[in-house]
Ligand binder design. Structure first.
Ligand code: GAR
Length: 186
């Protein structure tokens, strides 16, 4: 069975939906969770599932020896879900076309440094957009600029708060990210 490595640092709702999908469909295994915060809630999910965890602080992250640890798992895909540090070039070149990211907007709109989580949805609301969505894309050495694999849209109603927009976007993420991973592994 093919395996993936997931990078995350937040609540882990996408990690959870990936785990559920992989189990239900016997689709792929999750070899490792990589996190950059010792207290990230997503760690508990990995522990519950018996998934190995690699915690990186800035010092370890900048000394790229840990990339060999990843390679030893022979992942078919590396999936970033809310991992906000810019990846070292060595990682991107070692796993060329094998790293994907999910972004909570319709890139190139609302992408780039500092555009993550609620910052994105606040900006979308302020701009009075009539729609938003998700982008799943390959990762290259520039923030949010790799080739786009999939975009899905959702309408924004006049009365939607940034939080309501976030919920709509999250629903798209949970629905489309696992099936996109599965499709890329086939
Ligand atoms: C997701 O909404 C993802 O799109 C976003 O972080 C969230 C992680 O949520 N990523 C970015 O904003 C990247 N720029 P989760 O921890 O609940 O999966």
């Amino acid at each position: 069975m093919k395996s993936i490595i997931v990078f995350a640092s937040g609540a882990g709702s996408n990690f959870s939906s990936i785990i559920q999908y992989a189990k239900t469909n016997n689709a792929f295994s999750i070899a490792l969770l990589v996190v950059n915060k010792e207290d990230a809630p997503v760690i508990h999910l990995a522990k519950e599932q018996g998934i190995p965890i690699l915690i990186l602080n800035k010092e370890v992250f900048n000394n790229t020896e840990w990339i060999a640890t990843l390679a030893a798992y022979h992942p078919s895909l590396i999936v970033l879900v809310g991992f906000l540090w810019k990846l070292p070039e060595k990682l991107v070149t070692t796993f060329e076309r094998k790293i994907i990211n999910i972004h909570p907007s319709l890139l190139p709109k609302y992408g780039g440094k500092g555009m993550y989580g609620m910052h994105v949805h606040n900006a979308v609301r302020q701009a009075n957009e009539s729609e938003t969505g998700i982008t799943i894309h390959y990762v290259n050495e520039h923030y949010d600029e790799g080739a786009i694999i999939l975009q899905e849209k959702v309408a924004i109603d006049a009365f939607d708060t940034p939080l309501a927009i976030a919920k709509k976007v999250q629903q798209l993420e949970h629905r489309y990210l696992p099936i996109t991973i599965h499709a890329l592994l086939k």
